[in-house]
Design a protein around this ligand. Structure first.
Ligand SMILES: [Zn+2]
Length: 472
């Protein structure tokens, strides 16, 4: 399974919305690896955007310097967020990217033509609109652009796209997003501009092959990353061979991924992705995330303050499959203390303490599993429902706590204690395994606490965050 995130612009540092998509991709990657499937999980940065050029101008630093600095902040999320991506592609420095974009350009040449173009351009969105203001809320006025551009015959692919999406060969989830794409395509597709003048792009970007006065439209360039990052055998293995190819994307870029990108690939005669999962947006304290959100929306700062388990758990357990979610530190703290410190942490601590008190730390033979959750987790993740999957894992915590109350090992005979504590240690081990895709760090601590024939002494697994001075 080939899993990608979108590659964000690097005009600013990463925020919590980027962390959401990265953590979702990470859960899928870890889940499928655990099932023994080959997985490639890829992310990266879109370095060639005009937005990056303007941000560098505003800051008074060379574009290269700004792009390198912010791209490093994105790649640097790997450690604090416990991400397991296999590849990180930067469109301005990946060795095969430019040549790959040129190859796709050449392969689609039969669908390209030059035309004079006038339109209103939003630099924030990097796209044209018929009229202002920008529907996505960018405040800068749209720029009137008048130039000779290269166009792609998107209109030619309307029927093919409808067939792909209606027939499920290109699966778009959730269903409302699929219907949104179908309605857009059914309304008729106009050809799209796929280049801009090199002067307007300040010379930043990939020149159009054979027309150095133009650079390739940043979306055409960026979308290509999903295949240009796959060189040689990797391209055949992950893109051409049978197997799932899934893009995780935010709702704002659905048209690029579900319409333009498949049409580009159809034109180039290349295989298509098999799935697109669209997530909604996060707000922070009721507001759209922006530069002024500062540390409140900075994933690395949040991990510093609350720990990676609390941050990942909020993103996975609280964000619904459909609909926006509002982040506040209070909600993160409340969820982490209830589920991690009280629920999971107390359970494991209780079980380990009882094994020491009643059985001198020796682990009895494993009993019957208390609850089977792997099927429910897998089904939920197959539908990209991360919250439902997280809740499914938690059934082990709940069943184990109920089992303790029901059996009361402290009142049992030694023989019965061996049965009940064997069952509970086994449940905690199963929990550590099931938890790994979601909370790899916590899962490793749980696994260590219940490993071996004689358990280590009980240690608290999670600190409570409410009222702790490190928080906030
Ligand atoms: Zn805009």
């Amino acid at each position: 399974m080939y899993i990608t995130t979108t590659i964000p612009y690097v005009n600013a540092r990463p925020h919590l919305g980027h962390a959401l998509e990265l953590v979702q991709g990470d859960v899928l990657a870890r889940h499928h690896r655990r099932r023994g499937e080959p997985v490639r999980f890829q992310t990266g940065t879109d370095d060639n955007s005009l937005k990056n050029v303007l941000a560098a101008e505003a800051e008074g630093v060379p574009v290269r310097e700004l792009v390198d600095r912010n791209a490093a902040a994105f790649e640097g999320l790997r450690r604090p967020l416990d991400l397991s991506f296999d590849a990180f592609i930067r469109t301005s420095s990946h060795p095969g990217h430019r040549a790959g974009v040129e190859r796709i350009w050449a392969a689609t040449e039969h669908d390209l033509y030059q035309r004079h173009y006038e339109g209103l351009y939003c630099v924030g969105c990097e796209q044209f609109y018929p009229e202002g203001p920008c529907p996505d809320g960018h405040e800068a006025p749209l720029q009137r652009v008048s130039e000779e551009n290269w166009f792609f015959r998107l209109s030619r692919y309307q029927d093919a796209l409808l067939e792909l999406i209606r027939g499920g060969r290109l699966r778009i989830e959730p269903a409302a997003r699929r219907n949104e794409v179908l309605a857009f395509v059914e309304a008729g597709l106009d050809d799209i501009s796929i280049s801009r003048s090199a002067a307007r792009a300040r010379g930043w970007g990939i020149p159009v092959p054979g027309d150095p006065g133009q650079v390739v439209y940043v979306w055409w360039d960026a979308l290509a990353n999903y295949v240009t990052a796959l060189e040689g055998d990797d391209y055949r293995r992950w893109w051409v061979a049978e197997g799932r190819k899934v893009h995780l994307v935010g709702k704002g870029v659905i048209r690029f991924h579900a319409v333009y990108w498949p049409a580009m690939l159809l034109s180039a005669g290349k295989p298509l992705p098999t799935g697109i999962f669209v997530h909604d947006y996060l707000t922070v304290g009721g507001r759209k995330i922006s530069k002024s959100s500062g540390d409140a929306a900075d994933p690395a700062a949040l991990v510093d303050a609350y720990g990676v388990d609390a941050v990942r758990w909020w993103l996975l357990r609280e964000v619904p499959r459909v609909g926006d979610a509002d982040f506040t530190a209070e909600r993160l703290i409340g969820r982490a203390d209830e589920d991690l410190a009280n629920g999971l942490g107390n359970l494991v601590n209780r079980v380990v303490t009882m094994v020491h008190r009643f059985l001198d730390g020796h682990v009895p033979p494993a009993g019957e599993p208390l609850v089977e959750v792997s099927g429910a987790v897998h089904e939920a993740l197959a539908e990209f429902d991360f919250r439902r999957a997280a809740v499914a894992v938690w059934a082990i915590v709940e069943e184990a706590n109920k089992y303790v109350e029901r059996t009361r090992p402290w009142r049992q005979t030694r023989a019965d204690q061996e049965v009940s504590l064997g069952t509970l240690v086994h449940a905690c081990r199963e929990l550590a395994g099931q938890l790994e895709p979601f909370l790899p760090t916590a899962a490793a601590r749980v696994a260590a606490a219940v490993s071996g024939e004689r358990l280590p002494s009980p240690e608290p697994l999670f600190r409570r965050l409410a009222g702790s001075s490190g928080a906030g």
